[in-house]
Write a protein that binds this ligand. Structure first.
Ligand code: FES
Ligand SMILES: [Fe+2]
Length: 331
């Protein structure tokens, strides 16, 4: 889906070494100029097509590892070391360059024609008083849709994450679904503490849970759990599809948990990693199985809550004006 910002990598991953990244099937060399500015250019030297990500950063820009031709953040050629010609003559040589922004600890690349029409996504509660956050990164062998659907799907948690996130005990939960031009959201009305390790560790027994799952274009998911005023969790993933069956996912985990504060991460972090690993595994299996059995023709059921709406949004349909819906499921 073009016309959006995608995360290429975390700021901390981009040092002196360029990185090879693929976003929406476009191979990119992501690098940091010596001035500190982040940049992304096509990962193919226009001279003999060695990947520019094999090169190194110099004061003049990204220097190709083969013959040393060098490219700046705008994609202009700034040096051909063996050439006797003037710099002016080769400055008209270009490699395609992308608009890049660095914000909230991520390097964002604008994928689409022309200049960016909006700002990159903002992660909520970033460095807010009383809030803590950390980021996890995983490469899923699966499509962007299969990933975002999974991140916002409740029923699989009792199977793929059995005992960890949800357990045997279940009850009927009502869901209110609302949507807009480029988003869809499910609000779970009468959810109770989950019968699982996470439920017991992190949710007070009598808590009245407010839980919402939200999808937003291009491939952003946000899950909010609010137990009490001082116990809240936000899990937000920005998915960067690399190809039709490979997606790089950056998951931002923010929480507020009085009175234990940052200590909660000692429990929450390893459990979250375990849960992510289980999803990585099932998505890779799903992708391999679809390859073996033929193109997807998915069935959608009431229990899929907002999956059909997500599919519609990714297929370019606006959900503005769609009436709110009520569904229910056992979880
Ligand atoms: S291939 Fe890059 S300089 Fe020749
Ligand atoms: Fe999951």
């Amino acid at each position: 889906m073009l016309g959006h910002w995608y995360i290429a990598c975390r700021s901390s991953q981009l040092g002196r070494q360029p990185l090879a990244r693929t976003i929406l099937d476009e191979p990119l060399a992501v690098f940091r100029e010596t001035s500190g500015r982040a940049a992304a250019v096509a990962d193919r030297c226009p001279h003999r097509h060695l990947a520019l990500s094999r090169g190194r950063v110099t004061d003049k820009g990204l220097r190709c590892a083969y013959h040393g031709w060098t490219w700046d953040a705008e994609g202009r050629c700034t040096d051909i070391p063996a050439s006797c010609a003037t710099a002016e003559s080769y400055s008209r040589l270009k490699v395609a360059a992308k608009p890049v922004k660095e914000a909230q600890g991520f390097i964002w690349v604008w994928m689409g024609a022309g200049e960016p029409e909006r700002e990159p996504l903002e992660f909520p509660r970033f460095n807010h008083d009383g809030w803590h956050h950390w980021v996890m990164e995983r490469v899923f062998e699966g499509s962007g849709f299969n990933c975002v659907e999974n991140f916002l799907d409740v029923p699989h948690t009792a199977h793929v994450h059995r005992g960890l996130f949800r357990g045997d005990e279940s009850h009927e939960i009502e869901i209110e679904i609302t949507s807009g031009e480029d988003w869809i959201q499910a609000e779970f009305v009468n959810e109770k503490r989950m019968d699982s390790i996470i439920g017991k560790l992190l949710v007070p027994a009598d808590a009245k849970i407010l839980h919402t799952d939200r999808f937003q274009l291009p491939y952003v998911t946000r899950v909010d759990y609010r137990m009490t005023d001082t116990r809240q969790y936000i899990v937000m993933s920005q998915c960067t599809p690399e190809s039709s069956d490979r997606t790089r996912v950056f998951t931002y985990m923010a929480y507020r948990f009085s009175p234990f504060g940052p200590l909660v991460r000692l429990v929450f972090d390893p459990l979250s990693r375990l849960i992510l690993d289980q999803d990585v595994k099932v998505i890779a299996q799903q992708t391999a199985d679809i390859k073996r059995t033929g193109p997807p023709r998915f069935l959608y059921w009431e229990t899929d809550a907002i999956a059909r709406g997500i599919r519609d949004l990714l297929d370019g349909k606006s959900l503005a004006g769609r009436a709110p819906e009520r569904k229910s499921l056992r979880a």
